[in-house]
Ligand binder design. Structure first.
Ligand code: UGA
Length: 439
């Protein structure tokens, strides 16, 4: 078993740390945010992720995981230091590497024995070559430090499961020593390992995410055409899914992809290509389709209604997908400001995302409408003139078609997640607009 330090306790770092502890490694999670560290020390997870808190508590009690701001003590004798800090998008689409550079500098100042630095964060191809050189340039002690790339493929909402049962582990190294050490660290997970060079590993992450984003945008594009020609996207997707070359996953048309990864990684790869003088046309198309798709339902409803001014608008779902309180690039963030600008009285329900939305809303532009949060779905729907569904939470899916008819003033529903069958909603007397299906 190895002594592992993890830099950064966001989705990537904290989940990785907890899972490394779970398989028996000795883990120290380092974060510069003192409050966050205190919260984690008290057994609370700073992020909402199924199974994570239980994993943190179990391994904390067993003495296999601890949390600290003291990077020096944590890095000095670690066998491996995993970096899981953010690489946020910059205005031009490129990745901001400030956090990686800060950690690299701290590692250089701290390590007192040979050690492998493993970058889990998504970084532009070639970055890890530079990280290795940067650390070596600033090393204080005479030790050998190598850098490996080990991109992460977990999805929010199923992060712990995705890590413990990953379909593959990608390790990108430049030496046999680094490859073997990483193989040994991952050995207790008993998962397929693909060992490649560092740049290929970095590329696999972008190529995988952008392929998935493309798949979603393709289905959204086809859905919009289905609507025009009278086909049904759900049936079309079902028919396509039997072809194993296409597969049955990620064929759901909807209100566009959100989250911290697809929007960021598509733009980052397009930027990387542009820097090389190459235009990545397919990825650019995925980005363009997604941008349009986000406000599709708002634009449809705007055509159907004379005005939103003074209307009660129920919004069901604020987060970018179910199972997370994350709002990044969520459809709600684009559509609600548009509704408020038009004077709508928005009443939103989300089982976990309302607090985060309220924070963003408090900081943003308001418009002449009003924003309230409902404790129940019924409260949001009561007396509403129109309803938008942005996230397919289980509790929202469980709402019966009759409830829209009975609770709303006008049963007019715009569903960005195709939760209901068109026939069911029609039978209940609801005017139902969805994606890729005719009302
Ligand atoms: C995504 C990838 O799925 C992970 O494999 C990857 O590791 C992660 O990014 C990352 O790079 O960190 P995540 O963003 O958490 O994970 O969420 P997804 O479940 O992939 O959903 C992303 C968005 O696509 C959501 O808004 C979702 O509603 C949308 N989506 C997904 C669709 O519109 N249709 C689909 O068929 C599937």
């Amino acid at each position: 078993m190895f002594k592992i330090a993890v830099a950064g306790t966001g989705y990537v770092g904290l989940v990785a740390g907890a899972c490394f502890a779970e398989v028996g490694h000795q883990v120290t999670c380092v974060d510069m945010d003192e409050n966050k560290v205190k919260v984690m020390q008290s057994g609370i997870s700073p992020i909402y992720e199924e199974g994570l808190e239980a994993l943190m508590q179990r391994n904390y009690e067993a003495g296999r995981i601890r949390y600290t701001t003291d990077y020096k003590a944590s890095y000095k004798d670690a066998d491996a230091i995993f970096i899981g800090v953010g690489t946020p998008e910059q205005p031009d689409g490129s990745a901001n590497l400030t956090y990686i550079a800060t950690v690299a500098r701290q590692i250089a100042e701290s390590v007192e024995k040979d050690c492998l630095v493993v970058v889990k964060s998504t970084v532009p191809v070639g970055t890890n070559d530079k990280v290795e050189q940067f650390i070596r340039d600033f090393l204080v002690h005479n030790v050998n430090v190598e850098v490996a790339s080990n991109p992460e493929f977990l999805a929010q909402g199923s992060a712990v499961h995705d890590t413990l049962h990953a379909e593959r582990i990608i390790i990108g190294t430049e030496s046999k020593w680094a490859e073997e050490l990483l193989m040994q660290i991952y050995q207790p997970f008993h998962l397929p390992i693909v060992a490649v060079n560092r740049r290929s590993a970095e590329m696999i992450k972008y190529a995988s995410n952008d392929f998935l984003a493309l798949k979603i945008s393709y289905m959204n594009d086809i859905a919009n055409l289905c609507e025009l020609v009278g086909a049904d996207i759900e049936d079309v997707a079902r028919g396509m899914s039997y072809d194993e070359r296409i597969g049955s996953k990620f064929l759901n048309a909807g209100i566009g992809y959100g989250g911290s990864c697809f929007p960021k990684d598509t733009k980052a790869l397009a930027y990387i290509a542009k820097q090389q003088g190459y235009e990545l046309k397919t990825v650019k198309a995925a980005i363009d389709v997604n941008k349009e798709q986000k406000t599709l339902l708002y634009r449809k409803a705007s055509k159907r209604l004379i005005t939103f001014n003074g209307l009660k608008v129920a919004v069901l779902g604020l987060t970018f997908k179910p199972g997370t309180d994350d709002l990044r690039e969520a459809a709600s963030l684009e559509n609600i400001p548009l509704l408020l600008e038009q004077g709508a009285d928005v009443c939103a329900f989300d089982p976990v995302g309302a607090d985060n939305f309220a924070k963003v809303h408090a900081a943003g532009k308001k418009g002449s409408g009003s924003m309230t949060y409902a404790a129940t779905i019924e409260q949001a729907l009561e007396g509403a003139n129109v309803c938008f569904i942005f996230t397919e939470w289980g509790e929202i899916k469980a709402v019966s078609p009759g409830a829209y008819k009975n609770l709303m003033r006008t049963p007019l529903v715009y569903d960005g997640r195709n939760i209901y069958s068109v026939a069911q909603m029609q039978a209940a007397g609801v005017e139902y607009h969805s994606i890729g299906r005719r009302p």
